[in-house]
Ligand binder design. Structure first.
Ligand code: THU
Length: 130
C-alpha cells in the first residue's frame, strides 16, 4: 500500500478522535506485513492521564486481532510540522520491531522516518534477562 493511501486512512480516522479536553485530534493507520490495516484515533479521559494516543489504539487493535508484524504506520494531526509520536508511543511501537513511520499534517507536509530513528537505544525485551 502506498504511503498516500495509508495517510488518507489516518486522516479519515482522525475525525473520530475523542478529544474534548485538548481538542487535538490525531489519526494513525498501521499496515501489517500481510497487508491488513488497523486504524486508531486518540481517546481522551476525564482523568486526563489515562488518555490513549492514536498510535497505541491502532497498535492494540492490531495485536488483539492477532497481528504483530508491521510494515509501516502513518500518523496525522493538525500540526505545523508533521506530527511526531510521543515518547510512550515510540517505546510501544519499538517493542514490535523496526518499521517505517510516515508523519504528516493537514497540509500534507510529510516526513518519513523509522522506529529506530525515532527511538534510538530503546528498551528491549532482551534487557529483561541478564
Ligand atoms: N496524541 C496522540 O494521539 N498521538 C501523539 O503522537 C501525540 C499526542 C494525543 C494525546 C492527547 O489526546 C492529545 O493528542 C494531546 O496531547
Amino acid at each position: 500500500m502506498k504511503n498516500e493511501e495509508l495517510l488518507n486512512l489516518a486522516k479519515k480516522v482522525r475525525e473520530k478522535a475523542f478529544a474534548p479536553y485538548s481538542k487535538f485530534k490525531v489519526g494513525a493507520a498501521l499496515l501489517t506485513k500481510s497487508g491488513e490495516v488497523f486504524t486508531g484515533c486518540n481517546v481522551e479521559c476525564t482523568s486526563y492521564g489515562l488518555t490513549i494516543c492514536a498510535e497505541r489504539v491502532a497498535l492494540t487493535k492490531a495485536v488483539s486481532e492477532g497481528f504483530t508484524e508491521f510494515a509501516k504506520i502513518a500518523v496525522v494531526a493538525d500540526t505545523k510540522e508533521p506530527c511526531s509520536p510521543c515518547g510512550a508511543c515510540r517505546q510501544f511501537l519499538h517493542d514490535f520491531g523496526d518499521f517505517d513511520v510516515i508523519l504528516s499534517n493537514l497540509e500534507n507536509d510529510t516526513k518519513e522516518i523509522t522506529i529506530a530513528e525515532l527511538l534510538p537505544f530503546g528498551f528491549k525485551d532482551s534487557d529483561l534477562q541478564k
